[in-house]
Design a protein around this ligand. Structure first.
Ligand SMILES: [Zn+2]
Length: 334
């Protein structure tokens, strides 16, 4: 499977051509360069961070590159570029890229993480993101942790914090997400919306002290405002939400309480890969259970539906993904 035999072959890839408009285009099959592999994409998670591009912002250019902004891809290695030695075609991997809404994608060999056995769905970048956020939270047993926003990453963080031995307070607008949080061991769940009453509940629960750790995982001004109010003196506010727009913060409050503020998104690819590997290890050991969170699957052709689900968050929605190689399932076992 080298480049020569592929000349002239094409594949299907999604392209966002304008806000809320996506097309499936036939484009050239990409070729792996040195130290790269080509992956036949089994699936790609649909990330909350895609929403700004989908809805439209003045600073984006359309159309997007074919396959963009899919960055939570996984699949089977299909071809190796020069100098790649540690992996074989056919292996199932998650990887880092920006163009995974396509039948095939190119990944650097040093971004590959082998999928845990028995795992069908593995949006590596998103799972790695949760692990990296968790690490930067530095949660200790018996600490009180508030999670503001229980989407996919927030739900994973509930599981991780409970497992670490923290008392978790989950705050979400969506009742079903709070039910999930309860099931995973949250000691308290609070509806997001009425800020004074949410603050009162948390303060009552923490004897007026607030929380040692507060994780904002909604990416909204309202969530950020509430999160800041819930942090104890010398506590830690971890910003896990994806904020594409500028925000205002209550600096006076942050300053007065002397809180640590962490922006927990990693930008170094090596950190991402380390987080993805940590997630794969936890899933293998059954210490992390993302399966119930994969709620909305779509074919590549249905990708507009995936973005719409992300946008509208129907009841029960936590995570969407697309499956570009759905057709492969019938022919390839395991
Ligand atoms: Zn993502």
């Amino acid at each position: 499977m080298n480049g020569n035999t592929d000349t002239g072959r094409t594949m299907l890839a999604a392209k966002i051509v304008a806000p809320r408009q996506v097309e499936i285009a036939e484009v050239a099959l990409p070729q792996p360069g040195p130290l790269e592999v080509r992956v036949r994409v089994t699936g790609c998670g649909v990330c909350g961070s895609n929403l700004a591009l989908w809805r439209g912002r003045p600073w984006f250019h359309y159309p997007s590159e074919p396959g963009a902004p899919g960055h939570e891809g996984w699949g089977r290695i299909d071809a190796l570029g020069a100098g790649v030695e540690d992996v074989r075609p056919g292996e199932r991997v998650a990887y880092l890229s920006e163009r995974a809404y396509a039948e095939y994608d190119i990944a650097r060999a040093d971004s590959l993480v082998r999928l845990p056995s028995g795992t069908e769905i593995f949006p590596g970048e998103a799972l790695g993101c949760a692990m990296n956020i968790f690490r930067r939270c530095d949660i200790q047993p018996r600490q009180t942790v508030a999670l503001v926003g229980v989407g996919f990453v927030g739900a994973l963080l509930v599981q991780l914090a409970v497992r670490r031995g923290a008392g978790v307070i989950a705050i979400s607008r969506r009742p079903f997400a709070l039910q999930f949080a309860r099931r995973w061991g949250a000691v308290e769940t609070i509806a997001l919306g009425d800020r004074p009453s949410a603050i009162a509940r948390v303060m009552e629960r923490t004897h007026g002290l607030g929380c040692d750790r507060v994780i904002e995982a909604a990416g909204e001004q309202e969530a950020l405002d509430l999160a800041g109010e819930l942090v104890a003196v010398r506590g830690r506010l971890v910003i896990a939400g994806y904020h594409q727009d500028s925000r205002q913060v209550n600096m006076q409050l942050w300053n007065w309480r002397g809180i640590d503020v962490i922006n927990a998104h990693e930008r170094d690819p090596r950190r991402y890969v380390a987080g993805m590997q940590a997630a794969a290890d936890r899933v293998s050991k059954r210490e992390l259970d993302p399966e119930p969170l994969y709620t909305h699957g779509f074919s590549l052709e249905q990708i507009a539906g995936a973005f719409a689900a992300l946008d509208e968050r129907p009841d029960g929605f936590l995570k969407a993904w697309v499956e570009p190689s759905q057709r492969e399932k019938a022919s390839v076992p395991g």
